[in-house]
Design a protein around this ligand. Sequence first.
Ligand SMILES: CC(C)(COP(=O)(O)OP(=O)(O)OC[C@H]1O[C@@H](n2cnc3c(N)ncnc32)[C@H](O)[C@@H]1OP(=O)(O)O)[C@@H](O)C(=O)NCCC(=O)NCCS
Length: 154
Amino acid sequence: MVRLAPMEETEYRPYIERLIRTYAADHVRAGRWTPAEGEGEARKEVERLLPQGLATPNQFLFSILAGEPESVVGRAWLAVEPRGGFVYDLEVDPPHRRRGYAEAAMRALEPIARARGADRLGLHVFGDNVGARGLYRKLGYSETHVIMSKPLPE
Ligand SMILES: CC(C)(COP(=O)(O)OP(=O)(O)OC[C@H]1O[C@@H](n2cnc3c(N)ncnc32)[C@H](O)[C@@H]1OP(=O)(O)O)[C@@H](O)C(=O)NCCC(=O)NCCS
């Protein structure tokens, strides 16, 4: 249903810039960073994880291809680390959502991670990301720890 193809350099740069912006916004919303520091911190973190871009060892960035004729419908980023495989990012472009592409892409990542020595797959998802949490539950992921917060009254 989907095919994972190694991400091409032309897609990588705009993808990473978008990722940094959404990663910063998500973490500002979650209270980890202030709006002023968000983008800088997100950039540092992404550059630490991908120091050599697409050529970084143990980091695998894919374009998700689907349809007839085949086109790019999303992207997935898998790392194989000593703790196991970790899915750093998964996105399906809005016009292609709810067609099972993310589910198929996540399943396609499993043998790739396995073949590189991972015995499990982990990921992080924000508590308010209802769609993604539903997807991961459907795929058999369970919560290993939960961070909670509430705004305090003035
Ligand atoms: C989350 C995301 C990747 C899902 O992609 P998708 O291709 O639409 O997902 P699928 O069609 O494979 O959905 C599979 C299952 O996941 C669950 N699901 C997916 N999107 C959902 C939504 N918006 N609301 C509720 N459940 C949802 C459902 O159980 C769905 O099965 P169903 O369609 O039979 O009900 C996509 O919405 C996305 O890119 N969101 C923005 C980026 C993001 O949040 N990524 C995850 C970061 S952790």
